[in-house]
Write a protein that binds this ligand. Structure first.
Ligand SMILES: [Zn+2]
Length: 319
């Protein structure tokens, strides 16, 4: 199994903690509060870890503010203990599409991921289906036209679906792709296992699935916990650990071809945290970040990627 490293330069901290991301977090929190106050919404209680199946009783509390989250003691995955139905989640997301100006790096990174994997597997992936990403990442369709030649792209729009993703399954089957890209769904859907099951049922054996999610093993989550700026509860109903996602994929009958944590933000987020005036002293890390220059931060981020400890995870699966 491959564990590649992806890093060229560190992002600007304002892309994570600036005014725009702060406003987006408030907007998503407001939407979550509205859902929690609406008695018409049906919520499903999770009694086991959505990744490895360990009983909720064995987990530890991760966050009690707003929605309750637990951290699984079996696999380290963080998850909300109850979730709204899928159609409601989808409707709320459709109501909050925000145009982010500069996502070129993210688009290039996804397209490179597909090309590099194709080269490594020595298998033509000339028909790729994007599942729901382009609906919220305005500009991705245009980026594929400009940057991804020799590949036929199709885009499955985000539309309110049922809990078992039956409509999505039918659409994927019609598209008959050689590869499926799922960059933003797994941490946001009510039941990630149901989504993966629907994808698997829709494609032919040997199809390659590119799945990404936020990663609970990331240093950012380890140190900041629920205070991490990436933790936006409505967008993070399940924050998978590597072990958790690996277990889920295996239990659903996928073969894991590649695991990586290409996150780029952990080092700059933690630097900002430790350099800000009010926070507790943590042995080693406090002085490490206070004295850190750009080179040290970059080295740390590479180390985190190599050790699968950065805040975003990516899996290449085969059906
Ligand atoms: Zn678990």
């Amino acid at each position: 199994m491959q564990t590649p490293v992806f890093l060229d330069h560190l992002p600007d901290i304002d892309t994570v903690t600036g005014q725009k991301p702060a406003q987006y977090r408030l907007m998503r929190n407001k939407a979550l509060l509205d859902l929690m106050l609406d008695d018409q919404i049906s919520w499903q209680t999770r009694s086991t870890c959505p990744a490895c199946g360990e009983p909720l009783a064995k987990s530890r509390s991760f966050s009690q503010s707003m929605l309750e989250f637990q951290r699984c003691s079996g696999c380290n995955t963080i998850y909300a203990t109850r979730v709204p139905d899928q159609a409601t989640l989808d409707r709320v997301r459709l109501g909050q599409v925000v145009e982010e100006s500069d996502r070129e790096f993210e688009f290039t990174s996804l397209l490179n991921w597909v090309s590099l994997t194709e080269a490594r597997l020595e298998r033509r992936l000339d028909k790729v289906l994007d599942v729901r990403f382009a609906t919220q990442a305005l500009g991705f369709v245009e980026a594929t036209k400009r940057l991804s030649h020799n590949r036929d792209w199709s885009f499955l729009a985000l539309t309110p679906d049922s809990d078992d993703f039956i409509a999505l399954q039918a659409e994927i089957a019609v598209a008959a792709p050689k590869a499926v890209l799922l960059p933003t769904e797994l941490d946001r859907v009510a039941d990630p296992a149901a989504l993966l099951r629907a994808v698997k049922a829709a494609v032919s054996p040997g199809t390659v699935i590119f799945a990404a999610s936020s990663c609970a093993d990331g240093l950012e989550y380890e140190i900041l916990g629920a205070d991490s700026p990436s933790f936006v509860p409505l967008d993070r109903l399940t924050v998978f650990s590597i072990q958790g996602f690996e277990t889920l994929a295996k239990n659903l009958g996928f073969k894991t071809l590649e695991v990586s944590t290409p996150g780029r933000r952990d080092a700059v987020i933690l630097e900002r945290y430790f350099k800000s005036a009010e926070n507790s002293d943590i042995p080693f890390w406090s002085s490490f970040f206070r004295e850190a220059d750009k080179n040290r931060l970059r080295d740390l981020q590479i180390l985190l990627q190599r050790s699968l400890k950065s805040g975003v995870l990516r899996f290449v699966l085969e059906t």
